[in-house]
Design a protein around this ligand. Sequence first.
Ligand SMILES: [Zn+2]
Ligand SMILES: [Zn+2]
Length: 771
Amino acid sequence: MARAFINISGLVQGIGFRPFIYRIAVRNGLRGYVRNLGDAGVEIDVEGERSSIEAFLVDLHEKKPPIVFYTKVDVGWLVAKAGYSEFNIDMSDLGKRAVKLSIIPPDITVCPDCLEEIFDPANRHHLYPFTCCAICGPRLTTITDLPYDRERTTMEIFPLCPDCGREYWDPLDRRFNAQTICCPTCGPRMTLYTTEREVVEGDPLVNAARLLEEGSIFAIKGIGGIHLAVKTTDDDSILRLRERRRKPGKPFALMSEDIEAVEGFAHIGEKERELLTSYARPIVALKKRAPFPLSEYISPGLHTVGVMLPYSGIHQILFHYFNESALVMTSANYPGEPMFTSNDVAFGKLRGTVDYLLLHDRVIHARCDDSVVRIVDNAPLFLRRTRGYVPMPIDLPFTSERTVVSVGPELTSTAALLKMNRCYLTQHLGDIESPEAVDFLEEAIRHLVKVLRGGRADAIACDLHPQFLSRSVAERLAEENDAQLVEVQHHHAHLASVMADNGLKPDTETVGIICDGYGYGSDGEAWGGEILVGGYNGFKRAGHVERQPMPGGDIASIRYGRMLQGILYGSMPDKDLRHLLTENYLDGYGQGEKEVDTVFSQLEKRIYTPWTASVGRLLDAVSCLLGVSNTRTYEGEGAMKLEAFATQGKPGSTSLPVEIVEKGGSLVLKTTQMVKGVLDLLGETSKANLAYRFQADLSEGLAEMAVRTALSEGIKTVAFSGGVANNHMITETIRRRVETHGLKFLRHRKVPAGDGGISLGQAVVAALRES
Ligand SMILES: [Zn+2]
Ligand SMILES: [Zn+2]
């Protein structure tokens, strides 16, 4: 006889873990108990034959539900004398004096067991879209407060029927204590509406599938939000959706029934397959097949297409009836506004956009968009980390004495709560540029702090930019909490983010290559292609790409011709430049030749012309120069299309003049002569080769500045962050160059390289800043 006392931490609460323990304990003939602990861990005490306990420990690892993961399993062997008579689940946390659940699981795709029931004609869940169990289904989006039980979820208006009640209270059932379970008798229902709110009679999912096949545009309410859906095989339907939403070029994500369907139109590598089928079910960027069998208007000008597999019963059943390989599934929100979730708002906002609305009567408490992941340099990189991942924490390499809330930057934002040795990022919040978006930011922070029991914050972190709207939320929270307001420079936050993402300790220093579109610099200037050296506590700007004029300010980030003109200005006689631009590049302007002359006058008089070290703007200009893209219709378009175009090119023997100079104690990568070099080689080699060449040489130049800095400072690591790190080729080239010098290369793994990862950096910097 033996006894083992086991402590487990990880994601082990709110997902049917204790019933799992109960089952494997009973199966192995053990006695004792399992209970939740307040720190998100679980405690197990078992007594029985030593060999049975050993078999139990094997089951603990081999038979666990797929979403469960352990960060620590401590086993202590004791003398058997507790004298338990049976195995029990200690339910004291269900009572009023609850042991607090401190990790809320993310929303999880419908599990194989539930899916089997959905398609089993004899099962009471047959074709029921809201089927779920203790290990699967919505969590974050449904929880309204803690402790986590049905009265504090959006399921509270659906009382359990006797059948569901029986399963809920049976520890041997996989729906034991599952707060969101329901069935056709007691749960939510789907309804198909016309835009006039008339109910379409008949099975809503059967009818929706048929109408989608006929080319209708749909709003489909899912788990954490509303999608716009349309068929993918017909150009007209997609163009109609683009026109109605005024989204001329932004890539649309797709949903397909299964891997086989996806293989018909995209290439899937091993890592991509793993992501597609994971319980989080993110959108995965895949390389399109050539020729692409679906409409080219899905992701025009790009070599990739974002694809996800169904993640709820709603989507599973819809695809059961829908007879094509994919549907467009794009978020129904308007640019700059948060995703709307209520049926009433949907009817109002989508009038004129959709033909039908497929809705249900469960409220979405916390909205959550789809996550987007891409394989970059052989490892997954988040372009957006949200559904399926939030609010799982990022483990930190230190324990903070302070609790911090960070409000994130301005675009593609997230916020975060840092407590002890963990940082919890919110769902994707989008661009914080409107009053609605500011409200959403504040609501998301309050929800996160509430469900994680964050308590009072000691510091609130925000961007250094004096005019970001997110700052108002930070100021309000600072006052409310009587907390310190900590401003963090944008690129320093990126550096801290990639360091924390890689578990670097507080006293380490690293060199960061931080490249993106825009960040407010410590000197008030526009930064964007930076070599920083430092750590969480501070940094020095060791280098940057050459500053370039942005004639007309922000308008130059929309009309790429302006940026190109600014970069080439002074590198050749004005009349030659004017001739070049008016003959070839008027599409990069809004008002033709007149605008070219206006820009000349702005450049000459140095009026309305801020300067920027942005890599994003540089890539826009080269994209324009090579005829790839001339006007921004969505964020990052110029750089994304240039990357796609460069995949058709080859290294070749040509090279551009890459020169690094020292200016005022800083390294500067000269970019005008690189762009001029591309111009000079036009006609000698293909444009695709030049796109390849420019990206490669830019990467070499950036890496060279970082390596020089690391060697002179005696630092052994170089980290890469910022939106430009989403580019596969640039990341790979920089990594190779850095490793050639025996230095260690770090890139993002758990949070986005783009601005979605900023909140982590802000929080870590504020946690370690002297108060
Ligand atoms: Zn399930
Ligand atoms: Zn029921």
